[in-house]
Write a protein that binds this ligand. Structure first.
Ligand SMILES: [Mg+2]
Length: 371
């Protein structure tokens, strides 16, 4: 025992190195014990990262390329107070954790960094997002305050917009028509609004005659919100469209404008909320207000309300048009991971001037690099 203590006192840096090595071994074994599907995702991300290293070896002023824990840690310790994480494609590829994601969040919380989970998925409210992350990542200490789903940013936007006239009297309460999930409706209701979700009819069609005789029990409304609705129908489009026609002062609000989301381990594209928003925009002639990424409105809700300095904040995401654009337009560092929708060839197109998508300030293969 005395020999061990003497060794620790004489060679502290050797001991720190051994501890780091042990940590890396434990992290790598955690990665190996993960499902083979997410291990494949990591392998592919590493291959894409190798292409990045080759690509940027020929260019001046490349983004920071993180290939080791040490590079990431140094930057995080010195330059960041807050780290915002996109979820799907970054922390998990549904339903599995990206190896090392839980360790990464644990390490940041231990280091007393502000951590937020910012997702354009409006299907769940903050409580549901919290319980999903707790289950997938196995991290204790996640709170509802850290959850920023676009259903929450939508309810915050509505609350601020109608704040002077917020009233719990049902005769004067503001009425919001929602094309979206129950999670989104619940979040808006909790903010003090009356929510209408269209009629209870189980038919998806709406003929000319049906629309001509529909009585519109939803009318009048103060806003129309479009979130992620997997039961979207022509009937819902007709009802939402006429409500906008009749209530010209009511804004059309989109929880996000994503064109598609990824599904499954072979990355199938499922149409995103933006498709439904575009349908309603086209039929009504209106332009939607986006309260999800990359909107500055969302940055104001996450950072502005908490007085957090954007220049000491970083968003980690897998998507250029939402996550990375969000970071750039809000004055944050933007870190791209290669476990989601973006490939090396898309970055190469930006470098060659063939794409106008934003260039991230940092690129790493997967979020486990930050663990
Ligand atoms: Mg994502």
């Amino acid at each position: 025992m005395i020999v061990v203590q003497t060794f620790l006192l004489m060679f502290p840096s050797v001991c720190q190195g051994l501890l780091r090595l042990t940590g890396n071994i434990l992290r790598n074994s955690a990665a190996l014990s993960s499902s083979s599907a997410t291990t494949d995702v990591i392998r592919e991300a590493q291959q894409e990262m190798n292409k990045m290293n080759i690509l940027f070896s020929q260019y001046d002023n490349p983004p920071l390329l993180w290939s080791s824990h040490e590079e990431a840690q140094c930057f995080i310790d010195e330059k960041l107070d807050a780290i915002l994480f996109d979820c799907d494609g970054v922390l998990y590829r549904s339903p599995d954790e990206i190896p090392g994601a839980g360790d990464c969040i644990r390490r940041l919380l231990d280091a007393k960094k502000e951590v937020f989970f910012v997702t354009n998925n409006a299907a769940s409210n903050r409580r549901q997002l919290q319980s999903k992350l707790q289950k997938v990542l196995g991290v204790d200490g996640l709170t509802e305050d850290m959850m920023v789903s676009s259903s929450f940013s939508c309810s915050e936007f509505l609350r601020k917009k109608f704040l002077p006239s917020l009233d719990l009297d049902p005769t004067t309460q503001k009425r919001i028509h929602v094309i979206g999930s129950e999670g989104l409706c619940e979040e808006i209701r909790q903010a003090g609004f009356l929510v209408t979700c269209g009629d209870d009819s189980d038919t998806s069609s709406m003929s000319r005659e049906d629309l001509a005789t529909y009585t519109f029990p939803e009318d009048p409304i103060d806003a129309v919100v479009v979130g992620h609705d997997i039961n979207f129908t022509f009937r819902k489009l007709c009802i939402g469209n006429v409500l906008l026609q009749r209530n010209s002062q009511a804004p059309l609000i989109a929880t996000n404008l994503d064109s598609f989301d990824l599904v499954g381990n072979d990355a199938r594209h499922i149409p995103g909320n933006g498709c439904v928003v575009k349908a309603l925009e086209y039929s009504s002639g209106r332009t939607a207000i986006n309260v999800g990424k990359p909107s500055k409105l969302l940055a104001d809700i996450v950072l502005g309300d908490r007085k957090i300095d954007p220049s000491r904040s970083m968003i980690v995401g897998d998507r250029l048009d939402t996550d990375i654009q969000f970071g750039q337009s809000s004055g944050m560092y933007s870190a791209l991971v290669l476990t989601g929708v973006t490939s090396a060839s898309q970055i190469e197109m930006i470098v060659k001037g063939e794409s106008e998508e934003p260039m991230p300030s940092i690129i790493m293969p997967h979020v486990g690099i930050m663990a």
